[in-house]
Design a protein around this ligand. Structure first.
Ligand code: CA
Ligand code: CA
Length: 281
């Protein structure tokens, strides 16, 4: 049985940013007494950084949300390295997945299956943990371990996102959860042709010039401004002949014409081009 061609669709080592910033496209939010994810240097799988959520001594959840990724191939899997030190059976960490326009649901509920590094505990439902009753990683991993998950067939050909959630109960904080070296890969069985898609996303907007004096670093109504708009290719395939057009919507009128960004290689640095427009309303 031919296994087919393996293809890397996305990787993230968290090493290209200055702590505590998250990489472009990654976001975090927290509720209750938990604090958002950061990058940190005190534990990591690859130098210098890993993503990190602390574990508070009061109830809360901290979420780390990946960029949108497209799943191609006949079989796809997500892998990551992680190190957790969480109050055993009381505080817990889970992975969720969003497929297409659906809601985030636990990776197992979504149809994924653990190839290695599965959940370790049931979280107590009686100590205030918002994920009480769920299967989760908890206790002490003893350093970095690998988790690999076969993604559900329903994810194939879809845009997906992943969410790492670190949830705490009403007592006893601990070391928290470190996540590093996230990888999404696909495999085409039996000669199916797959291609690696680029994935372009906006990365930055820097105000270059303003027509109204004195400059106030803001696009005021009626003012003509020039922004450097940065794009980044976070996909696994190169984007060539990339042309971006600023649309006359959302407060933009009389935009300058299309700009060529040329070729953005896979997992490229940010490339910026200037666009001018008049701010309306
Ligand atoms: Ca790293
Ligand atoms: Ca606790």
């Amino acid at each position: 049985m031919p296994l087919g061609q393996a293809i890397t669709l996305y990787t993230q080592s968290f090493d290209g940013v200055s702590v505590p910033a998250l990489p472009v496209g990654w976001t975090s939010s927290a509720s209750g007494s938990q604090t958002p994810w950061v990058t940190a240097t005190d534990q990591m799988d690859s130098l210098p950084n890993a993503a990190y959520s602390a574990a508070s001594s009061s109830p809360g959840i901290s979420d780390l949300v990946s960029p949108i990724m497209m799943v191609v191939g006949n079989v796809a899997q997500l892998s990551f390295r992680h190190s957790f030190s969480l109050e055993s059976g009381q505080d817990g960490a889970v992975l969720e997945m969003k497929i297409g326009g659906g809601a985030f649901t636990d990776i197992v509920t979504a149809g994924g299956s653990f190839i290695s590094g599965s959940y370790t505990h049931s979280i107590s439902a009686s100590s205030g943990n918002p994920l009480g009753g769920a299967q989760a990683w908890s206790g002490d991993s003893g350093g970095f371990v690998s988790t690999t998950i076969k993604l559900p067939v329903s994810a194939i050909g879809q845009n997906v996102q992943f969410r790492w959630r670190c949830a705490t109960d009403l007592s006893t904080g601990s070391g928290g959860w470190y996540v590093d070296n996230v990888g999404l890969s696909g495999r085409a069985c039996c000669g199916t042709d797959i291609s690696s898609p680029p994935l372009i996303q906006p990365a930055s907007a820097v105000l270059l010039t303003e027509s109204c004096s004195p400059a106030n670093s803001t696009a005021d109504p009626g003012e003509t401004v020039t922004f450097a708009l940065g794009l980044q290719n976070i996909g696994a395939g190169n984007a060539s002949n990339l042309v971006a057009t600023l649309l006359a919507t959302n407060g933009v009128s009389s935009p300058s014409g299309p700009r060529s960004y040329g070729t953005l290689a896979a997992v490229s640095p940010v490339v910026s081009m200037p666009f001018s427009f008049t701010a309306s309303g």
